[in-house]
Design a protein around this ligand. Structure first.
Ligand SMILES: [Zn+2]
Length: 164
């Protein structure tokens, strides 16, 4: 009889004692059925969280990554989502995968519009990816209550800017 060692209880057991959820023997199942059942029984709270997380990942996907919307859909707080990100690596990985997929999707759509000559798409692209070529929208936050100081500052900037 073929046997293997259970990862959890470290006992050598026959293959028939390693089953998957559909009761078939699977070589990849690392813990014996008894240990798996015990683990599930010991932590129903965690099991519930994992199910919620799976639902949240689906909600994120269908809401195009909108956290508030997804949280509302599965009835958890935003804080819970952020706690999960900190605590559960698998959850974090799942969220990252969805985000990456959405970015890929967005880039494909953007590229399509740019090729069609869509000015808004082109401006957006240049402002985000073309920053190093000078396509930057500057936000002016200077105080203009003292125009002389500002003028002096601008002149100095112009002089310094000419040096490079
Ligand atoms: Zn075991």
């Amino acid at each position: 009889m073929r046997k293997k060692v259970c990862k959890t209880c470290k006992k050598e057991k026959p293959f028939s004692e390693f089953r998957r959820s559909n009761h078939t023997v699977d070589k990849r199942t690392k813990s014996c059925s008894a240990c798996i059942d015990k683990k599930k029984g010991l932590n129903p709270e965690e099991d519930r969280i994992f199910k919620q997380q799976a639902a949240m990942l689906q909600a994120l996907e269908s809401s195009a990554g909108n956290v508030s919307k997804a949280c509302k859909a599965i009835k958890i707080s935003r804080q819970t989502h952020y706690d999960w990100l900190d605590k559960y690596d698998n959850y974090k990985k799942g969220v990252e995968e969805i985000t990456e997929a959405l970015i890929d999707f967005g880039e494909t759509a953007l590229l399509k519009n740019m090729k069609k000559g869509d000015t808004t798409a082109i401006i957006f692209f240049l402002k985000t990816k073309g920053k190093n070529r000078g396509y930057v929208e500057r936000v002016e936050t200077e105080d203009v209550s003292d125009p002389w100081t500002l003028l002096a500052k601008r002149s100095k900037e112009r002089i310094n800017g000419g040096n490079d």
